[in-house]
Each structure stands twice: as C-alpha cells, then as structure tokens.
Design a protein around this ligand. Structure first.
Ligand SMILES: CC(C)(COP(=O)(O)OP(=O)(O)OC[C@H]1O[C@@H](n2cnc3c(N)ncnc32)[C@H](O)[C@@H]1OP(=O)(O)O)[C@@H](O)C(=O)NCCC(=O)NCCS
Length: 143
C-alpha cells in the first residue's frame, strides 16, 4: 500500500464513495495543492482510502480542516485510515502547518477513538453543517 496525492484520473476510481463526497474530492483536487491536500491509499485492489484537507485561507479556513477520511468498507480495520492520517499530518507539518482540525459526529465514536489515539483533543462542538451534533477536534502537529 502507498499513500499518494489524488490526480484527476483517480476520481472515477473512487466509485465506492457517495456521489456528493466524490464531487467534493474532485473539487478539492481541482483547487490545487496550495488550497487542498487530497491523498489516497492504494494497492493492487485500487484506491481503498481517501483523505482531504482544506488549507487556509481557502474556503475561509483559519486552520487546516480535515473534512474527509474514508476507507472502503471492505478494507476497514486494517490500519489504512491510520496510515492516511499519519501521512497527511506529516505532509501538513512539512509545509509549515502547526495544527489540523476536524469535526466528527457524536454518533461516530469509533472514528473519534481513532483520532484521540492519534493525539487529537476535543476543542468544541457544533451542529453545523448538518443536523447531527458533532465534536470539533484539534491535533497539534510536530514540526
Ligand atoms: C474511520 C475510518 C476512516 C478508519 O479507517 P480504518 O482504516 O478502518 O482505521 P484503522 O484500521 O487505521 O484503525 C481502526 C480503528 O478505527 C476506528 N474505526 C472507526 N470505524 C471503524 C470501522 N467501521 N471498522 C474498523 N475500525 C473503525 C476504530 O477506533 C478502530 O480501532 P480498533 O482497531 O481499536 O477497533 C473508517 O472506518 C471509515 O471509513 N469509516 C467510515 C467513514 C467515517 O466515519 N469517516 C470519519 C468521519 S469523521
């Protein structure tokens, strides 16, 4: 398995994502490396995981905002999400970012457990952008 930047041809291969998410990935990729970090993990079976981070000041972000980490349902629980997050954190730190934030639904405690294991701390909560309550989490990146 290797983690690499998503290129336009990858978007069609991410057909296991729902349409809205795939459209979001395409837009993030098209925005360019200065605005967005979009990584995928792949192997012999194609792309099995994807991660996307908005980089400030794009979309009025004040800190990098990790809005997507998703692993193909048949490949979960094998370390792929951890690998993607770890590489994403490394690349953000290498480009000078000092924190990254994300929102996780309160109804998704397994994902929250994964983030806390990687060092994220709870820093707030909200109900936007959807009706579901979510927790805002922040990781301080090591330079
Ligand atoms: C959350 C997610 C990206 C983790 O990826 P992963 O490759 O399964 O994660 P890893 O194998 O590196 O780590 C597994 C840990 O992830 C967490 N996890 C969350 N959802 C999980 C799932 N459906 N299956 C397995 N592990 C899951 C658990 O804490 C697990 O820890 P454990 O091994 O002690 O049980 C993945 O489960 C997923 O795509 N879930 C659906 C989309 C989602 O909820 N994204 C996060 C939105 S904030």
């Amino acid at each position: 398995m290797t983690v690499r930047r998503v290129v336009p041809a990858d978007v069609a291969a991410l057909d296991w994502l729902d349409d809205g998410t795939r459209t979001g990935v395409a837009a993030a990729e098209a925005a360019g490396a200065g605005r967005s970090l979009v990584l995928a993990e792949g192997g012999a079976e194609g792309l099995v995981g994807v991660l996307a981070v908005d980089l400030p000041p794009w979309r009025d972000r004040t800190v990098p905002w990790l809005w997507l980490v998703e692993v193909h349902p048949e490949h979960r629980g094998q370390g792929i999400g951890t690998g993607l997050l770890t590489e994403g954190h490394r690349q953000l730190a290498m480009s000078g970012h000092r924190v990254v934030e994300l929102g996780v639904a309160q109804a998704n405690p397994r994902a929250a457990t994964l983030y806390r294991r990687l060092g994220y701390l709870d820093v707030g909560e909200g109900v936007d952008p959807g009706p579901e309550p979510w927790i805002r989490m922040r990781l301080t990146l090591r330079p």
